[in-house]
Design a protein around this ligand. Structure first.
Ligand code: ADQ
Length: 468
């Protein structure tokens, strides 16, 4: 069975968030289960493309409305990844230093059309086309409706929703950019008076998955306008929990962290990483270190961070370290907080892969007070590195973290997103840290939890088989 994943991100080529981690790992694990899994993604102007050499295997142009736009398909010449990746190079539109910008309609439409046009030239078509998020959401529609892709009609396709907040909306004025289809069916593209690629994908895909079972259920109640659609299509929808790439996220071999460690040596290993962070960010090694890593957006609860951190830091019994970027106002507030809590608070506003690994290893607790969390990978990385997650019980966080008050519990959970509930949860963390033998016992237990992709990769394969 041949599976083609089509995605805007894939680790280590281009990563903005968790989508890259999933598309960078799932194909690898699928390939080890006797299927052939490959990725098609855009060719961006970034560190990875600058540092690697590519071969052009196909060149042509697509028609985007009235324009002809050139594109190439590239592969890596040397140093292959663990699975085949094909890069769609549209110099005029996709080859940018960023992955996402304010309006990406033409960029991702060009990507999707070029990918399908190129696939039309293949001798053998794939058995499954697996699309990820709204950037590839028009593919299920085009496969079903566009005349030029008639040959693909019988290929089953799957949509995975990593985040339903973003839907790729654009105006009907641009409908002419989509390869010709029976205009009587234009309503399929519409949701709420605009073209909605995610909605179109939910309508047309043969199967729809979300990245955790709880998120699937939550979407029927809150999906940024798509609630009724997801309820109506629920027969073809299911939730499959993400896994983590345990080769990349392994404290024993992780080349980014300061000192490697195992369950047996976690005390010294985690301590060395914490010491490094405390030196680098001027924090107090003796106090517990609470960290946050992620995008500073409302979904992650980041608008509450400045007030929450102030309340927590006033007690002067802990450190807080933040790595993230996003909302400018929140960034400024988090920056200005630094001067008030010198020695116990710091923040790195930006994106830094290496630093994120050191924080997973060196922090004592990881904060995830998300309003919405389709799956969340950070809590699973934290568990693997022996860092106790403090999460709001929602989506994938609910599916992966059990509160310490429950039998075999190992994390700290709160029900709502408010300054009071988050600071109460932090207080519980401080208390737990003071009971070092209990803390260490939990640390050992969480490092043993297996969240590797093996089980979930197989669940996807079972899903493919059910429609193939
Ligand atoms: N400033 C920074 N510096 C370095 N690394 C940073 C960083 N900000 C984020 N990261 C990294 O990006 C990834 C974030 O993954 P998440 O799954 O938590 O969130 P995201 O919301 O992007 O993903 C969406 O898709 C994924 C995948 O399906 C779902 O798990 C999730 O719930 C959904 O919101 C982690 O690898 C994290 O370490």
């Amino acid at each position: 069975m041949t599976i083609i994943h089509i995605s805007a991100e894939c680790y280590p080529v281009a990563k903005v968030g968790g989508l890259a981690d999933v598309v960078g790992a799932l194909p690898k694990y699928q390939n080890s289960s006797n299927v052939s899994s490959q990725v098609i993604m855009p060719f961006y102007d970034n560190k990875f493309t600058k540092e690697n050499v590519f071969t052009t295997i196909y060149s042509n142009h697509i028609t985007l409305g009235n324009n002809h736009v050139d594109f190439n398909v590239l592969t890596l010449k040397e140093k292959p990844l663990d699975f085949d990746v094909f890069f769609i190079d549209v110099p005029e539109l996709l080859f940018k230093e960023y992955v996402y910008s304010f309006d990406d309609t033409e960029r991702f439409l060009a990507f999707q059309i070029a990918a399908l046009d190129w696939m039309l030239t293949w001798e053998k078509y794939p058995d499954i086309i697996h699309c990820h998020d709204h950037h590839t959401g028009l593919i299920p529609f085009m496969l079903q409706e566009s005349y030029k892709y008639e040959a693909f009609r019988k290929i089953p396709n799957v949509l995975t929703i990593h985040n339903a907040q973003y839907q790729g909306w654009f105006s009907h004025i641009k409908v002419g950019l989509i390869p010709a289809f029976n205009f009587n069916h234009v309503g399929i593209l519409d949701w709420g008076g605009v073209i909605n690629p995610l909605a179109a994908a939910i309508k047309c895909a043969w199967r729809v998955t979300t990245v955790s079972p709880s998120y699937m259920e939550e979407l029927k109640l809150a999906a940024n306008g798509l609630e009724s659609l997801l309820s109506a299509e629920s027969a073809k929808c299911s939730g499959i929990l993400n896994g983590i790439d345990t080769d990349v996220w392994n404290p024993e071999t992780d080349h980014y962290i300061v000192k490697n460690y195992t369950i047996q040596t976690v005390a010294e290993g985690a301590e060395a990483n914490k010491q490094y962070l405390c030196n680098l960010f001027n924090l107090d090694f003796e106090k517990p270190l609470f960290a946050f890593i992620g995008r500073l957006v409302e979904e992650k609860g980041s608008d509450l961070f400045p007030d929450t951190f102030k309340v927590a830091l006033e007690k002067n019994n802990l450190n807080i370290l933040l790595l993230g970027s996003g909302n400018n106002f929140v960034e400024e507030q988090l920056e200005s907080l630094k001067k008030d809590y010198i020695g116990t608070y710091n923040a790195f506003i930006g994106y830094d892969e290496k630093l994120s690994h050191i924080i997973y290893a060196g922090a004592d607790f990881l904060l995830m007070p998300s309003r919405v969390e389709p799956c969340g990978l950070n809590q699973m990385y934290a568990l693997r590195y022996g860092t106790i997650p403090i999460v709001r019980s929602i989506g994938g966080l609910k599916d992966t973290v059990t509160d310490i008050s429950k039998e075999n519990g190992f994390g700290i959970c709160h029900d709502n997103v408010s300054v009071l509930e988050i600071t109460n949860a932090i207080d519980r963390g401080v208390d737990l840290y003071q009971k070092q033998s209990e803390y260490k016992n939990i640390q050992h237990r969480i490092m043993e939890i297996d969240h590797s992709w093996h089980v979930s990769a197989q669940e996807y394969i079972n899903l493919y088989k059910s429609i193939n």
